[in-house]
Design a protein around this ligand. Structure first.
Ligand code: NAP
Length: 279
């Protein structure tokens, strides 16, 4: 009988790590890279997924977006073989965060990429943990959200079939899009919840963590206080107020704003992979 390794300290888990990160060019991905490099001096290699951008026509860019979520995350077969043989920790952060993303595109990007990243993880010979960055709002239609995976009304496999319909005018697509808009709050939350279900059903025996941050705002302290690279959610609103563009805003004063600084988020993400590998 083989004994499962126990990593007493975070340093033990990340030592000699071959870490694959999707979404490394994004807000959280950048900070994850930064934090891993600052805090763990003996990581072996970081592998990051970066897509082509800029200097290409709109049509080509759209094609390449779709290509990048096609089988194997658009990774060449030689790179794929390298990852399978070396990678032992995976953080899947890549996603489209647009709440009003076209359904087909949201499914392909968020659900399709999760399936591809998980397929890669299942082939990695030395995997310690696959961590999927989800969101605290993947089940936002519920009043109470616990640390469980709620089965969506529409199974993720149905969503994948739907995303293969190419025409927006196809009657099946039109009807499904209308029904699905009532099922979860938007195409972002719909596809993030479906990705959790996919992981639950397809992960098999590999060690997996699903990490659900709430609304991530600028850093509290590290690497510098107040760092942020976007105007998502509350940051956009505050920028609007500070610049004088927004003068008033309707709010429900009884609602809580679930905000968390980005450095706290990334620190917890780094710990959750370690914690899951030990469980
Ligand atoms: N920010 C928050 O408040 C928040 C809260 C809860 C959960 N999350 C989750 O955290 C993760 C990271 O979010 P973020 O705030 O860092 O978002 P972000 O800044 O928009 O970054 C998204 C990342 O995904 C990549 N990506 C998007 N579409 C892609 C595609 N079709 N092919 C390849 N790469 C693609 C982007 O690459 P490009 O640079 O090439 O565009 C970028 O690296 C997401 O899974 C999100 O659901 C975020």
């Amino acid at each position: 009988m083989t004994t499962k390794p126990h990593y007493l300290r975070l340093e033990d888990f990340y030592r000699d790590g071959h870490i694959f990160i999707t979404g490394a060019t994004g807000f959280l991905g950048k900070l994850l890279l930064n934090t891993l490099l600052r805090k763990f001096s003996d990581i072996d290699t970081l592998y990051i997924l970066v897509r082509e951008r800029g200097g290409v026509t709109i049509e080509k860019r759209i094609d390449s977006l779709f290509e990048s979520v096609e089988p194997n995350l658009g990774i060449s077969s030689s790179d794929y073989s390298l990852l399978i043989s070396k990678v032992n920790i995976i953080f899947h952060c890549a996603a489209t965060l647009r709440f009003d993303e076209e359904l087909r595109f949201a499914i392909r990007t968020n659900l399709g990429s999760t399936q591809s990243a998980l397929n890669l993880a299942r082939k990695c010979l030395q995997l310690k943990c696959f961590t999927y960055v989800s969101t605290a709002f993947s089940n936002a239609y519920r009043q109470q959200i616990d640390e469980v995976i709620y089965p969506p009304k529409t199974h993720y496999k149905q969503l994948i079939s739907l995303s293969k319909i190419e025409s927006n005018e196809d009657p099946q697509y039109v009807t499904a899009r209308k029904c699905l808009s009532q099922e979860n709050v938007n195409t972002y939350t719909l596809t993030k919840a479906a990705s959790e279900q996919l992981i639950q059903e397809e992960a098999g025996k590999i060690p997996v963590a699903i990490f659900r941050p709430s609304i991530v705002i600028s850093t509290n302290n590290e690497p510098i206080p107040g760092w942020i690279d976007n105007l998502y959610g509350p940051t956009g609103v505050i920028t609007g107020f500070k610049s004088g563009i927004i003068r008033s805003f309707h709010v429900n004063a009884k609602n809580k704003a679930d905000l968390v600084p980005a450095d706290w988020t990334v620190n917890a993400l780094i710990c959750s992979a370690w914690h899951s590998a030990n469980r």
